[in-house]
Design a protein around this ligand. Structure first.
Ligand code: GDP
Length: 304
């Protein structure tokens, strides 16, 4: 799906809410701004980010003296775009990877069901399309289904999956995967992990053990710790981002399932509130439905 298509539900919902917020009003006044605040909060932009946006619009309206409600959508778009450009995180660039003589290792974390396996499959597909040699590691050894799902994706994309039996040590799977990558001069390793957030200390220990053991094979891996968040869960996604970034050094985010939801505003709040860049967005279940996140493109698509 294209970005416009993927964001259709959020867009329709936001537009109809804005329509209601300005109904019967020709000028942007305090009541319209209050309504707009509700629109943003109920669109999962998050309270903190909403308040920042409303403040910016208030200032702009105060300066302009008279602002027609017909301009509101455009103003909203430009203020959100400006806010995000000041947020300090970078856009995702492309599926190109830095040149290196060692494998680029991505450790993928997130709670079950958010779209981890699917995102791994889509990423593998993109890297393979760039001519890269990719190996997947099934280090979510907790659920048999997780290993099977990863294998299905491995076959679909045409990349090998390193696995052991269910219940084996995730760190051992990660070790095998990175070792195979080095031996076979692979370019990219993507490691799936189990996301049991209810046991934070357990999760922390498991992830740091996986890292430590991979570093026995290659220094300074993983280069990327990618947290996958389900965009359709709105506020839960914020909470998971907080919790996981406490448990490990997450340095990239993927927000999935933006196609099936009206909660796409969550990406705006996440980009504003976390110092970790959103690198990828998921816009469908298909192999090609993963896109690089670019803030301005996203805002334009949402409010265009
Ligand atoms: P995991 O448990 O985190 O590995 O989650 P899965 O990758 O198995 O995904 C859970 C469900 O979400 C599956 O049915 C996927 O097809 C679906 N899914 C994943 N990403 C997306 C997305 O971007 N859009 C939609 N609509 N569905 C998705």
């Amino acid at each position: 799906e294209t970005l416009d298509e993927g964001l259709e539900k959020t867009k329709t919902s936001v537009f109809s809410k804005i329509g209601r917020a300005i109904m019967g009003k020709s000028t942007v006044d305090d009541e319209v701004l209050d309504n707009l605040e509700d629109v943003l909060i109920t669109s999962d932009v998050g309270v903190d980010t909403t308040l920042k946006i409303i403040k910016r619009i208030e200032e702009r309206v105060a300066k302009d003296k008279y602002t027609s409600t017909s301009e509101l959508r455009g103003i909203l778009r430009s203020e959100i775009a400006q806010l995000l450009s000041e947020s300090g995180t970078k856009d995702g660039e492309s599926f190109d990877l830095p040149h290196s003589d060692k494998p680029y290792v991505i450790m993928v974390v997130g709670v079950n069901g958010v779209g981890k396996t699917t995102t791994i499959g889509k990423l593998a597909h993109q890297f393979k399309a760039q001519g890269k040699k990719v190996i997947l590691g099934a280090a979510d050894t907790f659920r048999a289904a997780a290993i099977e799902q990863l294998e299905i994706w491995g076959e679909r994309v045409g990349v090998p999956v390193v696995k052991q039996q269910m219940g084996s040590d995730p760190a051992s799977v990660a070790f095998d995967t990175v070792s195979k990558a080095v031996a076979e001069k692979a370019d990219v390793v993507i490691i799936d992990t189990a996301g049991r957030l209810h046991n934070k200390v357990g999760l922390m220990n498991e992830l740091s053990k996986i890292k430590r053991v991979m570093q026995k094979v290659v220094d300074d891996v993983p280069q990327e710790i990618l947290l996958v968040l389900d965009g359709s869960t709105g506020q839960n996604a914020y909470e998971q981002a907080k919790q996981f970034s406490k448990a490990t050094e997450v340095n990239a985010l993927a927000v999935t399932k933006l196609d099936g939801t009206a909660k796409g505003g969550v990406v705006i709040g996440i980009s504003d509130q976390f110092k970790i860049p959103v690198k990828y967005i998921g816009l469908g279940e298909g192999i090609d439905d993963l896109q690089i996140f670019r803030k301005q493109e996203f805002v334009n698509s949402l409010f265009g």
